[in-house]
Every structure is written in C-alpha cells, then in structure tokens.
Ligand binder design. Structure first.
Ligand code: NAI
Length: 317
C-alpha cells in the first residue's frame, strides 16, 4: 500500500466545520498534519437565527477537539458570504492556504408555489455567493504558490432535482458550473477543483431520514474521498463525485449522438420525425468542455442528414 496521505505543511480552510460533514473533514485533515481554519457561524439548519442562539461557537468546540488530539487549528466565525475574512484568518494565522472545502450549507425546503423570494435569496447567498467569496479570496494565494485543492459541495438534489428544494437544487447545480470553470481556470496553476454530492446523517437530514438511515449514513463515510481529492498527488479536477454510506462514484455528462438538420428543412415537424435519434443513447459521448461540444457538432455533420419528404411543406412560416 502507498504511504498514508499527509497534509503536513499545508493549510486547510473548511467552512461550516462546526457540525456534520465539515467537522469530520476538519478533524481528519488536522489528524494528518494540516493546520486548519474551522469556520462556522453557529447557525441553525435553515439559516434563521444566524447569530447562533445556543449553537454559538461550535467552531471553538471543533478547534478544541483538534488541539486536544495534538493538531493545529484556529476558529473563524464569519458567514461564508464574507469569505474574504475567512481566508484572511488562514493567512494571518498560518501564512498560506492550500485546501479550501466549501461545505457550509443550510436548507429552506419549500415548494416553488409557496416560496418567498427570501427563501430563494438566502440559499443562493450561502451556497453560491459564499463559495465564490472564499474561492475568489483564496485564488491569488493559490495561483502564486501554484498549488490549490478546492472542493465545492453540491447535492443529489442539485444533480437530479428534488421535490420542495427548487432553491437548494438551483444553488447546488450552480456550484457544478462554478467548479467546472474553476477547474479550467486553475489548471495552469495546479489548482484543482472538484464537486462533491455527499450523503450523511446530520442536522440537515435528521428531519427527513429514518433512524436506520441516520445510523447507516455516518459522515465518516464521506471523509476518505474528500481526503484523496484534496491531497497533493491527486490530479483529478472538474469532476463530480457522490459519496454516502461507503459508496463512492463519479457522475458525468452524457450527450446523445443526435442528428443534424439541413438548414433548409428546419421545422418542429423535422424534430418530431427525428426525435428517436435525439433521444437515442447509443454511441453517446461524454463532453467535458465547450470546445468538445463544437467538435461533436463538426463530427455530427458527417452523419447522414435527416430526410424530409418535402421541406417546403413543413417549413415554419
Ligand atoms: P450541518 O447542518 O450539519 O452543517 C453545516 C454547518 O454549516 C453548520 O454548522 C452551520 O452552522 C454552518 N453554516 C451554515 N450557514 C453558514 C454560513 N453562512 N457561514 C458559515 N457557516 C455556516 O450540515 P451537513 O449535512 O454537514 O452539510 C454540509 C454540506 O453538505 C452542506 O453544504 C449541505 O448542503 C451538503 N449536503 C449534505 C447532505 C447530507 O446528506 N448531509 C446531502 C447533500 C449535500
């Protein structure tokens, strides 16, 4: 077996590390030598009472756990929306930032019909705006040192949609596009950025999962994959992963071969006639960049053209 992954001489920032998954990431990274900024404002699961009544200073508890175990950590209590202050804590305390895990999150589950603008805005603010703020603040340091490992936390709700979570799903999917772009912008500087859709028992899931599920889905199951993705030798970037209850997998885009229309024959009827080709996954491709999409188009042009009996009859007027 390869020697154990180590984060010695590295500085990690974990947002929302006072509870759930973030707490486990922070403790694990510290146990393998990272100096850790434990960020958490001690809020409620839905972002109400963000001042953190009763829960305040959860970050302190995790910092103490790390220090008691022989590790190095400092707390930060800023909201992720003020991400630059979280990164400043890392720079002030440790002089650098190597690993950024954007993990902080809240839920405001409600159907679109009943959703208030505020329910949408706060979810976008914490998940999307927050991740952008920390990443943007860390970026110049990572660029300069030509090293960075970023994880942005998505969700199966974002990847597949989930009833009552239009706000959360939209935010979590936004993080996919954000991360895929950071992977491209960071490639030259050895800054890698991946996307994680975890599943774990936490405050966020306790209201919807059975006690059996809560027992089986320990956050600890998610940690090892994150540990690999933020490690020095890991070359993975721009990828989407799922991790829950000991199951680890990748998710990717798939594009059917489709068909190419002759510009002279454009019409909805043409689409209908060829719909089976659009929806046929045989020989599907797995694009990972926009240039790939153009290349596919070029390739598709060599496919047999769709036949329309008489274009003039079906052309849109
Ligand atoms: P959790 O509620 O146990 O922990 C989230 C932490 O983030 C809390 O300590 C909270 O105080 C903190 N936080 C919330 N808003 C913050 C803000 N504005 N600034 C700083 N800290 C803030 O939740 P859990 O389950 O550990 O979730 C972690 C991440 O994983 C979240 O992004 C969540 O959306 C995502 N996720 C979790 C799943 C699960 O099964 N637990 C499923 C899919 C995604």
């Amino acid at each position: 077996m390869a020697s154990p992954i180590s984060y010695v001489d590295q500085v990690a920032v974990v947002t929302g590390a006072g509870n759930g998954l973030g707490r486990q990431y922070a403790k694990f990274l510290a146990s393998r030598g990272a100096k850790v900024v434990v960020n958490d404002l001690g809020g409620t699961f839905n972002g109400k009472d963000a001042a953190g009544k009763g829960d305040a200073r959860v970050a302190d508890v995790v910092v103490k756990e790390i220090i008691d175990a022989g590790g190095v950590a400092v707390a930060n209590y800023d909201p992720v929306q003020a991400g630059e202050r979280i990164i400043k804590t890392a720079i002030d305390a440790f002089g650098r930032v190597d690993i950024l895990i954007n993990n902080a999150g809240i839920l405001r589950d409600i159907t679109l019909r009943n959703m208030k603008t505020e329910d949408w805005d706060i979810i976008m603010d914490v998940h999307v705006h927050g991740a952008m703020k920390t990443a943007r603040a860390a970026w110049p340091f990572m660029r300069k040192q030509k090293y960075g490992r970023i994880i942005n936390t998505s969700s199966s709700s974002g990847l597949f949609g989930n009833f009552g979570q239009a706000n959360y799903a939209a935010a979590k999917m936004a993080l996919v596009g954000f991360s895929e772009t950071l992977a491209k912008e960071g490639a030259k500087y050895n800054i890698h950025c991946n996307i994680l859709a975890p599943g774990a028992a936490s405050r966020l899931t306790q209201t919807v999962w059975t006690s059996d599920m809560m027992d089986a889905m320990k956050p600890d199951w998610v940690v090892p994959l994150v540990g690999v993705l933020v490690s020095r030798d890991c070359q993975e970037t721009g990828s989407i992963f799922e991790a829950a209850a000991g199951h680890y997998s990748k998710i990717r885009w798939e594009r059917s071969r489709g068909f190419v229309a002759n510009p002279d024959t454009l019409s909805p009827d043409l689409i209908l006639d060829n719909y089976s080709k659009i929806a046929d996954w045989t020989g599907a491709e797995h694009p990972d960049n926009a240039a790939g999409a153009m290349a596919l188009y070029e390739k598709a042009k060599s496919l047999p053209k769709a036949n329309v009996p008489n274009p003039s009859q079906v052309r849109l007027q």
